[in-house]
Ligand binder design. Sequence first.
Ligand SMILES: [Zn+2]
Length: 134
Amino acid sequence: MHKANVPMAWRRFKSKYNLVGTKCTKCNSSFYPPRLICPKCRREGKIEEFEFKGTGKIVSYTIIRSGPDGFEKQTPYPIAIVELDEGARVTGQIVDYEDSDLAIGKKVAPVFRKVYESGKEGIIHYGIKFKPEN
Ligand SMILES: [Zn+2]
């Protein structure tokens, strides 16, 4: 393998297992997925890599009753828009919940879970999901 490929592969790995986005250090806005240009500061902005803690609160949620291909076995399951403590909003599945946890304002913490398997090799994809905090 060419040496130059290593940091690239690591970056991909890292962004899959952590909530790595970007932040504009000029106005303090954080972005996930990462943005390379701050919409407020434009050319004046200073963008750098930023790792979110992943904790936040539910701002809205919906129950998915018929999943897309590959997700049928998991339905029904809740998907929520989570506002991270640092301000960015991400969409993720809620796991390990009681019905009463599905509420606007409920605090959640990130967990890494299997998202789906693909192909006959059964490649397992992981992604971030959220678990209610008590
Ligand atoms: Zn900015």
